[in-house]
Write a protein that binds this ligand. Structure first.
Ligand code: ATP
Ligand code: FE
Length: 343
């Protein structure tokens, strides 16, 4: 079974080919047009997707060494994401599948981030999580704790009630003038700083839910107060600010995750989404492995931020169940709390 995956939910255009669960190619075109605006401009994103999609799919097929006629189905991200961006991938997938007379498979982007852990590097690759496992999904738009019971069944037991962890990184980075996306820059600067230099208050939220908007605000006020007496405060303390901010975000994430793991007696724990590229978070997972006997699963860097390989692997599992969609499937921008991940 050979699946072409297409991802266009935000500002990365990506296409990938997976055969029987094994990765054959994963091509990602980043969009640099947004950098000067300090955030993704939806209209520019959809235009760039339109320019990128054909060459990216072409390259993915070529790198996989397969002809289009060998494809079994086309899987595409239906949502959540930016509507205009999703429309490009969705429309392309429909046209492509229709021309080849092969089935179409819709994929939930968040579920795909989790299932990235099931992409095999080769046929012998057995390094996959065992069920049930916990997955910390931390990305630009979401922060969730998910109990993964099978590839088809996931329960969201906690999620952010406001900003996502990635947003906290990006917004605080923006305040420091570090550009967009700020997460990777904070990560890099943090490695040269003292994580205990500054402390920021942590939220008190019930259950396994998260909140990051308070951190953003307290970070902003903290800087405002310091800048009032020392205009060079940020410049002089950049590394320490980044290290302290990163530590706070990681502590917030891991405290709830650890509690969930304890309560549910689950020791198999994975991390997914763009923020899982963060070196501090990866280190914290390793510390939890050593200290609490967790079996941890950390994705390859290329599977952390948005990519089509995760869409293709999700499409593969849906193909096995015969879950196809019709041409009336329209993109959806948001995921609602009550919405279940169903494959
Ligand atoms: P969603 O998946 O919720 O729709 P998204 O697709 O925009 O959101 P991803 O592409 O999964 O999000 O992740 C992007 C986020 O990951 C950005 O907020 C970015 O700053 C963050 N990020 C990427 N690398 C790092 C890093 N090394 N440290 C911290 N954050 C990072
Ligand atoms: Fe994403």
């Amino acid at each position: 079974i050979t699946i072409l995956g297409i991802e266009s939910s935000c500002d990365d255009t990506s296409a990938a080919v997976i055969r029987d669960g094994v990765i054959l190619s994963n091509v990602i075109a980043n969009q640099s047009v947004h950098e000067r605006y300090g955030g993704v401009i939806p209209e520019l994103a959809s235009r760039a997707h339109q320019q990128n999609i054909i060459p990216v799919v072409h390259d993915a097929l070529q790198q996989a060494g397969i002809a289009r006629e060998e494809l079994s189905a086309v899987a595409f991200t239906r949502g959540p994401g930016l509507l205009g961006s999703l429309l490009v991938g969705t429309s392309f997938a429909k046209g492509f599948a229709s021309a080849l007379h092969i089935p179409l498979i819709e994929v939930n982007h968040l579920q795909a981030h989790v299932l990235a852990h099931f992409i095999k590097e080769d046929a012998e690759d057995l390094n996959q999580p065992r069920f049930p496992f916990l997955c910390l999904l931390v990305s630009g738009g979401n922060s969730q704790i998910i109990v993964v019971k099978s590839v088809y069944e996931m329960d969201i037991i906690g999620q952010t009630i406001d900003d996502a962890a990635g947003e906290a990184f990006d917004k605080c980075a923006k305040v420091m003038g570090l550009g967009y996306p700020g997460g990777p820059v904070v990560d890099k600067l943090a490695s040269q700083g003292n994580a205990d230099a500054f402390t920021f208050s942590k939220p008190h939220i019930a259950g396994y839910d998260y909140s990051f908007s308070g951190l953003k605000t307290s970070f902003l006020y903290f800087l405002r107060d310091r800048l009032a007496t020392d205009p060079d405060f940020i410049e002089k303390n950049k590394a320490d600010l980044c290290a302290s901010l990163q530590k706070t975000i990681i502590d917030i994430l891991m405290n709830k995750l650890r509690r969930a793991a304890n309560d549910l007696h689950i020791k198999e724990v994975a991390v997914a989404g763009g923020v899982s590229a963060n070196s501090g978070l990866r280190r914290s997972f390793e510390e939890h492995r050593d200290r609490y006997g967790w079996k941890i699963h950390i994705p390859k860097f290329s599977y952390t931020t948005d990519n089509a390989a995760m869409v293709a692997i999700t499409g593969y599992y849906k193909y096995l169940k015969g879950e196809f969609c019709g041409y009336e499937a329209t993109p959806y921008a948001r995921v609602y709390r009550s919405m279940k991940y169903e494959v």
